[in-house]
Design a protein around this ligand. Sequence first.
Ligand SMILES: Cc1cc2nc3c(=O)[nH]c(=O)nc-3n(C[C@H](O)[C@H](O)[C@H](O)COP(=O)(O)OP(=O)(O)OC[C@H]3O[C@@H](n4cnc5c(N)ncnc54)[C@H](O)[C@@H]3O)c2cc1C
Length: 391
Amino acid sequence: MDDVIVVGAGPTGLITALGLARSGVRVRVIEAEPHIINSPRAAVYHWSVLDDIEKLGILDEAESSGFRKQDYTYHVLRTGERIPYSLEILEGHARHPYNLHLGQHQLAEIALRALRSLPNTSVDFNARVVQLDQGDDGVTVVSDGATGEQAFQANWVVGADGAGSTVRALAGLTFDGMTWPERFVATNVFFDFERYGFARTTQLIDGRHGAIIAKLNNDGLWRCTYMEEATLPEETFLERLPEAFAAIIPGKNEYRIDRAAPYRMHQRSAPRYRTGRVVLVGDAAHATNPTGGLGLTSGLFDSFALYPALASVVHGRRQEDLLDRYSESRRSIFLERVSPQASANKQLIYHANGGGERLEEALQGIRRLSTDAEYRLQRLMYTKTLATPPL
Ligand SMILES: Cc1cc2nc3c(=O)[nH]c(=O)nc-3n(C[C@H](O)[C@H](O)[C@H](O)COP(=O)(O)OP(=O)(O)OC[C@H]3O[C@@H](n4cnc5c(N)ncnc54)[C@H](O)[C@@H]3O)c2cc1C
């Protein structure tokens, strides 16, 4: 019997499992797919998560697979105004005064390798969890895979199986909130954006053609995420892509799409992140639209809060109610800080704040970000407030 089963080998599942294993917990990860999913999703890690990634012993490898970045630009498409700002101001205030660019599947691969090097760990791919039963002494999880059904037992289960979480549903928890009427299209694209004056993260503000453009690696690969109405047929999104790109990079059609994926976006949360012996992390607990890169950021802060708490419960050093405190803290941070900010970010970038005076008001704040160092420092500290202090 394992101490903990983690369902889902996405970044939050593997980071949680790694933290547990490093704390001497016997942990098994069960993943439905044959390998780590590498669809184009999170690529930017805010400076505020890097201390904890370092504590897990994987920051050096993550940094050598990705790159550090301090420069940002807001670009107002209609007027051509560019408002740059830098994270340099964090120097002397943060141990890691930069953001890290790295595909989330790469972070997951690094965490997986570190996990596999530790004793008392196992990772089962090709095993989809289909059943979960809680008893007084533990939880039984049944997976379905290439070799048929298999049952596993553990004292605790961590549901890290993403926004469509089976664990959440099997634990009887709802996923309350709303789904946006638009879809995002995330593309990985080869194009020399820097040659045309784009910063390595450019937030293109426009009521019709808003986009987030970020450099992914030094081989010329970039992420460009734009939005379209969800009423348009999803299966033909690629046919509409050239029109979207023509608005974002006018007259320059020498790009090459590496991969592209459409996504529905939500602002949703489970009513609690612990029920009995089941605890939720990451998108299984809460989902947000990705504008501003707060989705995985808040998922990672879940993991950093959960693994020490769960390890001390497993080792009998703390009572189980510590996990309720985990749940309360993470849920209120999501509902009160993450979700409203991500919605405001979407409103600005993709809906240009409704235009007119409301846009001008937002732009005044952004211009101040560029010119007023103290204000910039205060704004950059926001992502640190998404962390849960030690429980
Ligand atoms: C276009 C886009 C861009 C984004 N950009 C950013 C960004 O820049 N910064 C940021 O912070 N966030 C970003 N996000 C959000 C981020 O991708 C998610 O928050 C992140 O993937 C959540 O990680 P997770 O490990 O919780 O879940 P997931 O990554 O969804 O992983 C869940 C895993 O569970 C597995 N699974 C599912 N069901 C089962 C089952 N029944 N049994 C076993 N395994 C199962 C899945 O196969 C998967 O491997 C973005 C999202 C999108 C869509």
